[in-house]
Design a protein around this ligand. Sequence first.
Ligand code: AMP
Ligand code: GLY
Length: 424
Amino acid sequence: MNILVLGSGGREHTFAHQISKSEKCDQLFVAPGNAGTQQIATNIPINVNDFEAIKKAVLAHQINMVVVGPEDPLVNGIYDYFQNDDDLKRVMLIGPSKKGAALEGSKERAKEFMMAHHIPTAAYQSFTAASLEAGKKFLESLSAPYVLKADGLAAGKGVLILNDLAEAKQELENMLANQKFGEASNTVVIEEFLSGIELSVFVLTDGKNYKILPTAKDYKRIGEGDTGLNTGGMGAISPVPFADEAFMQKIEERIVKPTINGLQKENIDYKGFVFIGLIKVGNDPFVIEYNVRMGDPETEVVLPRVKTDLVELLEKTSLQQLNNSTLEIDERAATTVMVVSGGYPEAYQKGKEITGIENISDSIVFHAGTSEKEGKVVTNGGRVIAVTSFGKDYQEAIKKSYQNVEKLHFDKMYYRRDLGKDLA
Ligand code: AMP
Ligand code: GLY
């Protein structure tokens, strides 16, 4: 079949890489893609939120399956757009309906869903500009640190964790009264702070059946020792060493099953990935957030460990036959190190020539913010390249990733050198 992957990051290059290995894939397209996807697929220069242009491309290239990488088109209703179009109905679209995508698109909705289905999460209340004073009172009733979350999508920046009550009140006011995050902060969720170690669990579901994919942990902060600004993710490790069988059992029983059952009970069409951000408090898992897509850079370590034909899994997902598939996982550990542009996640320059990619061996190079210019690969984003390696454990894998990252070069290249050290 002909397959289109929507997106342009390391996640999408990884999807394309895995899909291109499948015998079921005839022609592969990525929109808009990057310099890496260009080597294994045909890039189509369209925006992931331009549904009409996507429709044209799907019809022109006789696409049978669309795999949606990022959350925006899902939250904007791309699944429903396909379902409601006579020409597109027949196309398998991997991703939830708009109603399902609201689990990521609205933090308040996600909280209501978890409460309705008894899924463990931090206690919370939500507020709008009209209830600002009540919000401040609620903050007074809590103890530090204070967790404030903009309800809507805010490019990963909408969560504030503050130690000072006065500052928390001020930020609540900035969000609600002064639209600190634009419309995304018209509603703010204030929740109890949970203290523990984080991990992510990935589930592929057809809305009825599910498969739990390998766990992963990403490194969000720009600086070593988890310091500095939040990024999209500076690297990842899979599996998470502390997620043993007993803990995974708790996650499946208390979180995964009620989540899938909840989708069914609420008649939510959901044929795609659920990325569950968890925190381990003592020995118990709590949900921090749902994402309705795979993570980036978690995909770069999760998908390479999936040995089952990815296209077959996605096809079964779309046909609601996931119960008829077996998931085979590579027992080895996988790590990825993200190489970024100096300055990221703040201002950075683009267009720097990247050298050394051809010297990398025994690791997989996933392109993120790259493009091709006059036959050269140049930087085109904050996160530039993810170098993924396998090993008998994460220590061995990470060593390989670092050895290969050192072969890369571009002006002001930066990466964290401490990945995995927190787990030792
Ligand atoms: P989110 O965008 O909801 O994933 O939040 C971003 C980050 O904020 C998470 O990855 C956690 O590190 C942190 N966080 C969110 N909610 C809480 C909470 N209730 N307690 C402690 N940390 C939190
Ligand atoms: N790495 C975090 C995310 O994809 O949201």
